[in-house]
Write a protein that binds this ligand. Sequence first.
Ligand SMILES: *Cc1c(COP(=O)(O)O)cnc(C)c1O
Length: 240
Amino acid sequence: MTDPHSPASETKPPVGEADVVAGLAAVRAGIRQAAEDAERDPASVHLIAISKTVPAEHILPALEAGQRLFGENYVQESKAKWPALKQAFPDVELHLVGPLQSNKARDAVELFDVIHSLDRLSLAAALAKEIARTGRHPTLLIQIDTGNEDQKAGIAPDQLETLLVECRDTHGLTIRGLMCIPPAQDPPSPHFALLARIAEAHGLPILSMGMSADYAAAIQMGATHIRVGTAIFGARTHKA
Ligand SMILES: *Cc1c(COP(=O)(O)O)cnc(C)c1O
């Protein structure tokens, strides 16, 4: 007799609708647990579902399950996927979490509600110009390279003060928070703790930190926005 619970009898389909809904439910439960452990209100942690490389038909079940905050890495990909989805779900809030080239600032300001990756004055200038032109005011976060390890993106913590002042005084831009991606080889918690300290020192309310592997630690350290892709949508089939 075959055991119906044996792994062999489970034909696991490729990531589909049910998987996305189950992944989302598991992450929501994980957020509740981590918030409870940290004695925080789970409602103070906002889940951004990172849908880079995920086709629209796999984003739909998450939208139908009530998820409204989504994050993408690429402006071009987002332009192809999101206008139609936003038409069907107008209260979607779209976050750009990947690096932004200044020549894509126009599209970024038109499409995104929150930009997490501001990391240089030239980009602030390009964004300010498009904000003035369109009247759209995406929420802006500065990306910090907490590892100080010459990552491609993010500024060193000791450059934040200067960039904040220049954004404000030169371009009239208000920065609302900070984002970080800890180096893959490091334990993440010290990076999250550092980001939280820097944000607090500058009175910045939004803390974007924590991904599939480490969002519980980020919640422990005060994350207000976590960015979770794989744990909801499954492993990305092509390189992000
Ligand atoms: C891809 C990505 C994520 C999500 O990573 P997962 O490990 O799939 O959860 C979060 N933040 C940024 C900036 C990303 O590029």
